[in-house]
Design a protein around this ligand. Structure first.
Ligand SMILES: Cc1ncc(C[n+]2csc(CCOP(=O)(O)OP(=O)(O)O)c2C)c(N)n1
Ligand SMILES: [Mg+2]
Length: 626
């Protein structure tokens, strides 16, 4: 069967990209005589599902029995925690374009899924959650592990949540849950009471009150009408200083984004989930935007006269032009995301690549002018600033240097993931993405604990590609450490062993420590911020992986090389300095004042590099301050 969703560059599809499952067809018939569980597993297979992440329990044993009887037609990947299974399903969807599927038992298994499902929900990923439930005869009886699952799932999987109650109902609830997830890029949930799972399956009879549903979904070609395209072209052609912002919805449109940016003479900033849309060696790509963004992206947005947003739900309006300062056009396949962060003059509902291709002939090529030169100058200067910041001495290792030195060493076609924490800043800014690479993180939800499960799902989806996860020590302690056991369990079946988890050990919940200082004007709150020092590399060795420990800045690059060449998955632990600030690209005067006042109060780190930081903070609001 054609593997439509996983072609070589097929990963490169974001929110707007056509989602396909492996060919779903009505032709294959399901052998009769099996249980509801057997039927359900076979139907998932017909829909193209080949891998499910999850954890067992007595509420779902009927379906696990069916998975076992299906003899590997669908691979089951055992995680350490259901939340991790849901993150893996979300990441599977991100890295393949296919439906992600996770499974859990009733009660606590189902409730554990929730955060991972919200990750998929907020990043518009098609994910199906399958859970067990207590027997139909017990429901409503305050029974053990009885949770009102439809109510619990109603928000996160609001597009479609159903409890199956009869064998004859299973076919249509399955077909609908999958079709809705794929077509609306939403999370859906199916709940199976455990007694139902073991009943004999029956097709719906030809009778009133029955449904006879079928398989298959193919994404449509979505393009706006000519009238809107002309209006958009008029705005863009009139612009003298065009800025673009691209996000995950443009991941399938790299060539088209480059072509339109060249025609418009535009500079392009990238939202975090759109990091892989454009390679960072293009001189007019200003890199990330927002709190984790760059100075040239800030300048681009504050000085442009025209804005074109493609496939991005980037949340922070204050990083976009001032209202009224720029004429603007937005392209998004999801109408509800249009004109949401900035009032757009023209809203185009459409797939990014298709819409840009249709728009292209209407765009007049602008002569290469001063604006592009300006943007390229800002960007060149910024890369130098980044290098200087990365190579600043620190105690013992500057965390920016960890990402900066990795950047040129990242192998072709590698897949990168990042956790939420200060490392997301270095991932966003310091790693130069190249064409053919993939990368993602928990974007909309920005949840801790996602980088390792994302990296595991990336490796299952693309076992031949190197995978690198960047993770803070707090996030390791939260859940990522346990998932190293999953890596230890499965890595030998991957065609290449190159899987690396880099830990930034700063004994601190550092991103939030800095937020407390800069946003609130509070000193570091030791009780909430300081975390225990754990030998992550030794934990890796304990479970059979390779561990590398680095506390010497000069060893950063050689240690990365060693990790990249290892014959097994690696945990590479960097002892990093918590006093290197993950500063927003542009600090406001208000924030600088808050920070200064936090210094006046007693900060446990007083007297250390923090005073040097004060200079850096003030210099970014008051240019020329040293
Ligand atoms: C599940 C969850 N809990 C809390 C937060 C808030 N939060 C964001 S970053 C962060 C600190 C992360 O610490 P660590 O993983 O050690 O990374 P560091 O910032 O120190 O590099 C916290 C607590 C979150 N994003 N997600
Ligand atoms: Mg930390």
């Amino acid at each position: 069967m054609a593997e439509i969703g996983a072609t070589n560059d097929g990963w490169n599809r974001g929110r707007a990209a056509p989602v396909a499952t492996r060919q779903a067809t009505n032709e294959a018939s399901i052998p009769m005589g099996g249980s509801v569980g057997d039927y359900f597993v076979e139907r998932l297979h017909q829909w193209g599902v080949r891998r499910i992440y999850g954890y067992p329990g007595d509420g779902i044993n009927g379906i696990f029995g069916a998975l076992q009887r299906a003899k590997g037609k669908i691979e089951f990947v055992q995680c350490r925690h259901e939340e991790m299974a849901a993150f893996m399903a979300s990441a599977h969807a991100k890295f393949t374009g296919e439906l992600g599927v996770c499974i859990a038992t009733s009660g606590p298994g189902a409730s554990h899924l929730i955060t991972g499902l919200y990750d998929a929900r907020l990043d518009h990923m098609p994910v199906l959650a399958i859970t067990g439930q207590q027997a139909r005869t017990a429901l409503g009886g305050h029974y053990q592990q009885e949770v009102d699952l439809p109510s619990m799932f109603k928000d996160v999987a609001g597009a479609y949540v159903q409890t199956a109650t009869m064998p004859t109902q299973v076919r249509h609830v399955t077909d609908r849950a999958i079709r809705i997830a794929l077509a609306e890029r939403r999370v859906t949930a199916l709940i199976f009471p455990n007694d139902l799972q073991d009943l004999d399956y029956e097709d719906p009879p030809r009778a009133h009150g029955t449904l006879h549903s079928g398989l298959g979904y193919a994404a449509p070609r979505t393009v706006p009408y000519d009238r809107e395209l002309k209006a958009a072209a008029e705005v863009l052609n009139a612009g003298k200083k065009v800025a673009m912002l691209v996000g995950a919805g443009a991941l399938n449109a790299t060539d088209e984004v480059i072509e339109i940016a060249d025609r418009l003479g535009a500079g392009v900033a990238k939202a975090l989930l759109g990091k892989a849309v454009l390679p960072d060696d293009l001189p007019w790509v200003t890199g990330p935007i927002g709190l984790l963004g760059t100075k040239p992206s800030w300048d681009l947005m504050s000085q442009c006269d025209t804005l074109l947003v493609v496939g991005s739900g980037f949340p922070y309006s204050e990083f976009l032009p001032k209202e009224g300062a720029a004429r603007a056009v937005q392209i998004d396949v999801a109408p509800e995301m249009l004109s949401l962060r900035y009032p757009m003059e023209v809203n185009l509902v459409g797939d990014a690549a298709e819409t840009l291709r249709t728009l292209m002939p209407l765009i007049t090529k602008k002569p290469v002018g001063a604006w592009r030169g300006l943007v390229e100058g800002w960007t060149r200067a910024w890369w130098k600033t980044l290098e200087e910041r990365a190579m600043q001495p620190a105690n013992p290792i500057n965390p920016q240097r960890v990402a900066w030195e990795l950047s040129p060493l990242v192998p072709d076609r590698a897949i990168l993931t990042s956790d939420s924490g200060s490392c997301a800043n270095w991932y966003a800014r310091d790693i130069k993405i190249r064409r053919g690479m993939m990368c993602s993180l928990s974007g909309g939800l920005a949840s801790m604990g996602a980088a390792v499960p994302y990296a595991i799902a990336a490796k299952f989806a693309h076992p031949g590609r190197p995978v690198i996860a960047l993770v803070g020590d707090g996030a390791m302690q939260m859940n990522n450490m346990a998932e190293l056991i999953t890596v230890a369990k499965y890595w030998r079946q991957w065609s290449s062993p190159h899987w690396i988890c880099a830990v930034f050990n700063n004994e601190d919940l550092n991103q939030v420590t800095w937020e407390q200082r800069v946003m609130e004007g509070n000193p570091k709150f030791e009780a909430s911020q300081r975390i225990p020092n754990v030998p992550y590399h030794k934990f890796a060795e304990l479970v059979g992986l390779k561990g590398i420990y680095v506390d010497d800045p000069e060893r950063v690059a050689p240690a990365w090389r060693e990790a990249l060449a290892a014959d097994r998955p690696v945990v590479i632990e960097f002892k990093t300095d918590p006093e290197v600030p993950p500063l927003p690209p542009h600090i406001t005067l208000k924030q600088a004042k808050a920070f200064a006042s936090s210094l006046m109060k007693v900060d446990p780190a007083e007297g250390s590099a923090i005073l040097g930081t004060a200079r850096e903070v003030l210099a970014s609001v008051l240019p020329g301050t040293k």
